[in-house]
Structures are given as structure tokens and as C-alpha cells.
Design a protein around this ligand. Structure first.
Ligand code: NAD
Length: 370
């Protein structure tokens, strides 16, 4: 076992990387880590493909603009899917059916049918599927996990998980005025960064969802992705309530993920400033009734100092690296990933259902089980 509790590798895993923009984060990490080898690269955009091919020094024969040709060529064990979300379901299912393991960027899919096909394919093929929900692997949540497991917070009864990140330039191309794929994504669809850690920490799943938010005063040309703000409220199987606020356009600097967990004996939450640039620390508050007179200010690191120097190359502190290690762990052990197809469903479906609810005036809707 390593210092981080990861099992030591039994072999080098060859991966194919699909989508060379965000994909370069996992590409840089797999390139640096001796337990992985990038054996093939795919991007529909020739320029993006060529640029990243040069960066990692891959021969022409291992670079593809056609996903079907990549899968047909083989020569790798797993596919890392980092393409726009509307391609995730088809590409994940095709990869598993072709005999490859999959790590997929978030969210799992942009439709209920897509999520169902991923679950069915993973169960049918027995291949490892993992949702690369990197927020779950922020070091602060390892501390929150210990806190919850100790029972000091009591039973979780309420959580908030907001993700406020204006990205108007990623919704509408500033030069051409054309909408991108993100303009077709209601803000609330992108829910796994928010719900993922809460569901992981509580071991819970969402059974009912409602959503509201349809105004487009800030970026009317931004499609449903440009809806000013959307709010989802969720009920869980354990009887807790979760509230999530999402925007992709409302002005705010710095963008934040905000998390709050209220238990029967106290609460923990992150602050609403987020880590300062160059200072990878998340501040927050903690109150435990039996131990404290007042709420205390606390700090959690964003970088795990036990990891190698290259562990921050993916971005997001060391959480991208930890995400990759969870995939490595599942591959080495030949087991399901912690964030497997069922948890990918649990962390993606509530946002899809809440968006549907918002279209129906905020009606409560059931979230089916995978
Ligand atoms: N976890 C995180 O922190 C995080 C951060 C950013 C993006 N993401 C996720 O990563 C994924 C990609 O995001 P992005 O910002 O790189 O998107 P993007 O649109 O900027 O780039 C996607 C890349 O994929 C390529 N591509 C598009 N369609 C393709 C196809 N069918 N086959 C192969 N290549 C294709 C494009 O040419 C482009 O190079 C999305 O799922 C997004 O949600 C996650």
C-alpha cells in the first residue's frame, strides 16, 4: 500500500484519451504517472488533436479523429472520455461493448436514456465504468467523511450544494455569436459537482426532485444554458433535504462551490469565497453542539502533500489526481469503482429530472433507481 492507501499497481494501464481540451488534464496526469501510458488519442478537431499529439509525443498511427476507428484499432485497456456531455453515453457504451473500461468526465449523460444505457452496458459487459467526479476527491471531503463517520455531527438532515460559475464565453462563441453545446445544457443539469460529494459522504440517494428557474435576463442569446439561475430541491432515501443553486451566467468572482451539511448534532460548511489564487486552502465553519459554545472557523487543504509533485498538473488542487488514482485502484483490483455506473446515475439523474420539473412549473418528480 502507498501512503495514500492506494493498492500498488500490478501493471501499466494503457489508455485512450478522447477529447483533448479538458482531456489534457487527465492526459497530463496519465502521461506523468508511470502506472499509465497514453496509447491513443482521439479528437474530432484536427488542430486540437495535433496540438496535444505534439505535447505528449504520440505517433500519427495512434491518433484519430474518428472514435469508431480508435475503438477498432485498440491497443489499450481503457478509454478516458473527456468530450462534450452529449457524446458521453454513446462513447462510454461503445467503449464498454468493444471490451474497454471507461472513466468518463461529468456528468454521465445529458439524457435519462443515456444514463440508463450506461448502467445497462456496464452491467452487461462487466467492464469498469467510473464517473470522474473530481469534487468528491477534494481533500476536505476526506476530513468531512471522518467527521460524519465519527457521529459528531449526528444524522445528516439537510444539505446545500451550490455551484455558481459564470461561463458566458463557453456558452456563446464571442467571435461568431454561435451557441456551443453548453448553451443546450440547463444549468441544473450540471449537478454532480454539487450533489456528488453530499451523496458520497452521506451514502444516500435522491428519490424526488423539483426545480425552478427559467428567466434569461443576463444572457438571452445563451439558450437554456443561459438561464439566469436554477434552484433544485431534492429529497433523499434517508429522509434528508438537499438544496442546490446553479448558474452559468450570473456575475460572480471568484466562482464557487458551496457545501453545507446540517446534522442532528451540528453542521459543517465551506465559505462563500472559495480558495484564494495561489493559496490552496478552503475555509469554512464547524459547529458541534456537544463540543463548542460557538461556531468555529476552520480551514482545509486543497492539496494532499503526500502526493507526488506532478499531482497538481490536472488542476483543481490534487483532486483530479486522486480521481485518476480511484480509477487505477478499480483497474488494479478488477472491481467496480466507488463512483460506478450506479453512483454515476445517482449523481446525474437528479439534475435531469429537476430541469424537467422546472419546465413543468416546479412539479415534484420521482427520481428512479438505477
Ligand atoms: N471535472 C471538471 O472539473 C471539468 C472541468 C471542465 C470540463 N469538464 C467536462 O469535460 C468534458 C469536456 O469539456 P471541455 O471543456 O473540454 O469541452 P470542449 O467543448 O471545450 O472540448 C471538448 C473537446 O472534445 C472534442 N470533441 C468534440 N466532440 C467530439 C467527439 N464526438 N469525439 C471526439 N472528440 C470530440 C472537441 O474538439 C474538443 O477538443 C465535459 O464533459 C465537461 O463537463 C469537467
Amino acid at each position: 500500500m502507498s501512503a495514500n492507501g492506494e493498492s500498488l499497481p500490478s501493471r501499466v494501464w494503457k489508455v485512450a484519451l478522447v477529447g483533448a481540451r479538458r482531456g489534457s488534464s487527465y492526459g497530463n496526469l496519465t502521461h506523468a504517472d508511470p502506472r499509465f501510458e497514453i496509447a491513443a488519442l482521439c479528437d474530432v478537431n484536427r488542430d486540437s488533436l495535433a496540438a496535444y499529439q505534439r505535447a505528449i509525443g504520440l505517433p500519427d498511427a495512434r491518433c484519430f479523429t474518428d472514435y469508431g476507428l480508435l475503438l477498432g484499432a485498440g491497443g489499450f485497456d481503457a478509454v478516458i472520455v473527456c468530450t462534450p456531455i452529449p457524446f458521453h453515453a454513446d462513447q462510454s457504451v461503445e467503449a464498454m461493448d468493444a471490451g474497454f473500461h471507461v472513466m468518463s468526465e461529468v456528468t454521465a449523460a445529458n439524457t435519462v436514456d443515456g444514463c440508463a444505457r450506461i448502467v445497462a452496458a456496464a452491467r452487461r459487459t462487466g467492464k469498469t465504468y467510473m464517473l470522474a467526479e473530481n469534487t468528491c476527491h477534494r481533500p476536505l471531503f476526506a476530513e468531512w467523511r471522518r467527521l460524519l463517520e465519527s457521529g459528531r455531527l449526528g444524522e445528516p438532515i439537510y444539505a446545500e450544494a451550490d455551484y455558481l460559475h459564470p461561463i458566458p464565453q463557453l456558452l456563446v462563441n464571442e467571435e461568431t455569436g454561435q451557441q456551443t453545446w453548453r448553451a443546450q445544457r440547463p444549468a441544473i443539469h450540471y449537478c454532480s459537482h454539487s450533489l456528488g460529494p453530499v451523496l458520497m459522504l452521506t451514502g444516500d440517494r435522491i428519490v424526488r426532485a423539483m426545480g425552478i428557474g427559467a428567466g434569461t435576463r443576463i444572457l438571452p442569446e445563451g439558450g437554456v444554458g443561459g438561464i439566469d439561475v436554477q434552484v433544485g430541491v431534492f429529497e433523499t432515501a434517508h429522509g434528508a433535504i438537499i438544496k442546490m443553486t446553479r448558474t452559468q451566467v450570473a456575475p460572480r468572482h471568484r466562482p464557487i462551490h458551496y457545501y453545507h451539511i446540517q446534522g442532528t448534532k451540528g453542521f459543517v460548511e465551506t465559505d462563500r469565497l472559495g480558495p484564494e489564487p495561489g493559496r490552496p486552502i478552503q475555509r469554512g465553519l464547524l459547529y458541534i453542539k456537544a463540543e463548542m459554545d460557538h461556531t468555529r472557523q476552520v480551514e482545509w487543504p486543497e492539496v494532499d502533500p503526500t502526493y507526488p509533485e506532478y499531482a497538481t498538473m490536472g488542476g483543481h488542487g490534487t483532486s483530479d489526481y486522486h480521481t485518476l488514482l480511484r480509477f487505477l485502484n478499480a483497474l488494479d483490483r478488477g472491481t467496480k469503482a466507488d463512483l460506478d455506473e450506479t453512483r454515476a446515475w445517482d449523481m446525474t439523474m437528479p439534475g435531469l429530472i429537476a430541469a424537467e420539473s422546472a419546465q413543468n412549473g416546479g412539479a415534484w418528480m420521482d427520481v428512479p433507481e438505477a
